[in-house]
Design a protein around this ligand. Sequence first.
Ligand code: ADP
Ligand code: MG
Length: 227
Amino acid sequence: MILNVQNLSVTFRSKGGVVYALKNICFSLEKGDVLALAGESGSGKSTVANALVGLVPWEQGGTYELFGEKINPYQKKSFSIVRSKMQMAFQDPYSSLNPRNTVMEIVTAPLLARGISKNEATKKAKRMLDLVGLSNADVHKFPHAFSGGQRQRIGLARALVLEPKILICDEITSALDVSVQAQILHLINDLQNELELSLIFISHDIDVMEMIANKVLRLSNGEVEVD
Ligand code: ADP
Ligand code: MG
């Protein structure tokens, strides 16, 4: 088991009152798994992803183990271990791609931030951009020059350049045309084999999940739905 989450619960407090976004979510991941996280809009899928990478606080108990290591989800510091093993790709990578940076700058940035030399970072970025299907000519362009599908490729390269073992994809094909969706799903499949990734694939589209997943966790109102 590479990931084991037990009783993850998340509560949001806002002016409107308290939202119990997640209640006692339990799941695990084996190496090579593609776990589909399914459920209607608002069911809590993104909150699971955000809790796994430390973007929202775990509130009422819950335990978290990653590659046999106990993570303390109540301690910000312990998420540095998580980030070395797990990365995320989003529905709208454009909003998180700095428009003033070239593709090469975008993909090398996470490596440079971790103290890797520019030479080494450029090498790693080139390999990853090649794997996601971007050409050498693309690397000096800016994000606005690309289509939605190509931007997903840039977002994937940026997440994967850190060599995570687990990739979380949060609705990465949801804004794309059907034909482009299929290309990105094929790419995900190739990347999974090439990089020996395990995946948590979030989608509200049943067809997409059936194409890609070997396990499904269905959420409804912040709880795991039992068939
Ligand atoms: P999904 O990704 O399945 O569409 P989310 O995980 O985004 O669902 O949201 C689950 C619930 O938590 C929703 O009711 C949503 O309104 C609420 N929620 C999510 N993020 C926040 C937040 N930062 N503050 C308050 N409520 C939130
Ligand atoms: Mg969501």
